[in-house]
Design a protein around this ligand. Structure first.
Ligand SMILES: Cc1ncc(C[n+]2csc(CCOP(=O)(O)OP(=O)(O)O)c2C)c(N)n1
Length: 316
């Protein structure tokens, strides 16, 4: 069993993501949040397990479903909340919304709504980090749908050829919007496809945050020492809410509620929380509630962007 301090840190990350997203879902129907939201409630273990072994100066490349990765890497909660509210104090000055989070100080690259597009950005960054020679690594996190883009395979090949320090992580939640893997993939052996490009691979099927962390830590350590090039992880997980928006969608007919119930039995927030002493857990929970309340108040009290800013930082 991990030392209590490690468990507390991992629990804090899992719980912060869960509660920040639950709060987002609670506020959403009021229309104060102006941006569409792709929630990762249920998927927290992937971002948390991957980011725990990372150093502050390592780089992560998120997707539009990026609250979890952004927060796990230490991104500003105030800046994220204000961004979703469309306020001038948001991380993209209120112009990007939930799908375009960024925190340059925490080395969270800009997210994108276009599926697969941040994978090559992580590879390009890894090339720069290799040349820099300080042992930093880049991580690309993406959904199973992104592996259907040609750029995914180009990225694997280029990174493997040049032995770049990049960890590719597929958060496989089984669906691209409403379409299941069985209707999209001729073979579900995703790790075999990655291995075909010469990458070591690991598949974690049960969402165990500690197993994800251990696997990521092993790969990252070898990359830092230049003992290996890129690596590939497939982490099975489950999106509890609808593809986009705050609600559940088990009445839509594309997946049964029993799947949710099965994943909820191994919920990592509850599991890791249960490994902590009650007092330690209560302390973490209270600190997180205060942090979220502060971020929401910050977003609500922040000013709207000045209309004169409308065309600033916009390419034309
Ligand atoms: C290039 C591109 N094609 C299609 C879309 C429409 N689209 C938005 S989300 C999505 C599903 C992607 O699924 P996945 O990569 O598994 O991520 P998840 O939403 O499950 O996190 C699609 C097809 C898009 N945004 N970009």
């Amino acid at each position: 069993m991990l030392p209590e301090a490690d468990l507390a840190r991992i629990y804090r990350s899992l719980r912060l993501i869960r509660r920040a997203e639950e709060e987002t879902a609670r506020i959403y129907p009021s229309d104060r949040i102006k941006s569409p939201v792709h929630l990762a409630i249920g998927q927290e273990a992937v971002a948390t397990g991957i980011c725990d072994p990372l150093r502050p100066e390592d780089v992560v490349a998120p997707t539009y479903r990026s609250h979890a990765l952004y927060l796990a890497k230490g991104g500003s909660l105030r800046g994220m909340m204000a961004e979703m509210y469309g306020k001038a104090t948001g991380v993209a000055a209120g112009k990007g919304g939930s799908m375009h989070l960024i925190d340059a100080a925490r080395h969270v690259l800009g997210a994108s709504a276009v599926v697969g597009t941040t994978i090559p950005l992580a590879v390009g960054y890894a090339l720069a980090l290799k040349r820099e020679g300080k042992g930093r690594v880049a991580v690309a996190l993406f959904g199973d749908g992104a592996t259907e883009e040609g750029v995914f395979y180009e990225s694997l090949n280029f990174a493997s050829l040049h032995r770049l320090p990049v960890l590719f992580v597929c958060e496989n939640n089984g669906f691209a919007i409403h379409t299941p893997l069985a209707k999209r993939w001729a073979s579900e052996k995703l790790c075999d496809r990655a291995a075909g490009f010469g990458l070591p691979t690991t598949r974690i099927a049960d969402g165990d945050v500690l197993a994800i962390r251990e696997s990521a830590a092993g790969y990252v350590e070898k990359m830092r020492k230049r003992e290996s090039g890129p690596a590939f992880m497939e982490c099975l997980t489950y999106r509890w809410r609808e593809h986009v928006g705050p609600a559940e969608d088990y009445d839509a007919g594309y997946r049964p509620h029993s799947d949710l119930e099965a994943w909820q039995k191994t919920d990592q927030v509850a599991r890791i929380g249960g490994m902590l002493k009650a007092e330690a857990r209560a302390k973490v929970d209270a600190a997180i509630e205060a942090e979220i309340a502060d971020a929401v108040a910050f977003a609500e009290q922040s000013p709207w962007p000045d209309p004169k800013e409308l065309t600033a930082d916009v390419y034309a």
